[in-house]
Design a protein around this ligand. Structure first.
Ligand code: FMN
Length: 173
């Protein structure tokens, strides 16, 4: 159970999903795991790891390259390992969306369907936050506008749910 090596690969525009990735790592470390948290080109290899978590936020239904690039690059090696996915997004707390969880999971499956050899243990949707202060200029206005259209009050990230999911996944690695 303990001392397994885990890689958390994340894609994040404004940092909210990077913080989720770090919370997953913290929770797994508390279980005895050795965890690296990396994005994009910083992922040089996945060979040393017993399990891999991949996760991204979403913009206009698209995942971030920080997750997509390493999955493309190491798809063959990932097919040989236990892999779990999460998505940090806004649709998950949209009260007008009857299948919020399904829609959130579909962001992942639409991309991962290109890699049927990678079997995902789980696809977990988490509520993501709009870290408006990390955006600048025109982008800040755009993020503020998108945030204003959602029903989230403040930061809706559920740190307990994130930690519990991480522990559960680590048990399966
Ligand atoms: C321009 C923009 C577009 C977005 N599009 C979507 C979307 O299509 N679906 C969704 O569920 N969330 C969407 N979101 C919400 C983000 O995925 C969410 O806030 C996420 O937590 C941001 O994570 P990050 O800080 O790691 O980039 C969008 C956010 C922005 C700013």
């Amino acid at each position: 159970m303990t001392d397994k090596k885990v890689l958390v690969i994340y894609g994040s525009w404004l940092g909210s999903t990077r913080e989720i990735a770090e919370a997953i790592a913290e929770s797994m470390r508390a279980e005895g795991a050795q965890v690296d948290v990396l994005s994009g080109r910083a992922v040089k290899s996945v060979n040393d790891y017993d399990g891999v978590v991949i996760g991204s936020s979403v913009r206009a239904s698209m995942l971030h390259g920080g997750m997509k690039r390493p999955v493309r690059r190491f798809s063959k090696q990932l097919a040989e390992k236990p892999v779990a996915a999460f998505v940090g997004c806004a649709v998950i707390y949209d009260k007008n969306e009857p299948d919020a969880a399904g829609k959130a999971q579909a962001y992942i499956t639409r991309f991962m369907d290109k890699f049927p050899q990678i079997k995902l243990l789980d696809i977990k949707p988490f509520a993501g936050a709009f870290l408006v202060d990390n955006a600048h200029g025109f982008m800040k206005t755009m993020v503020q506008n998108v945030a204003a259209q959602t029903t989230a009050e403040g930061d809706p990230r559920d740190w307990d749910a994130i930690a519990a999911w991480a522990k559960d996944i680590y048990r399966q690695f």
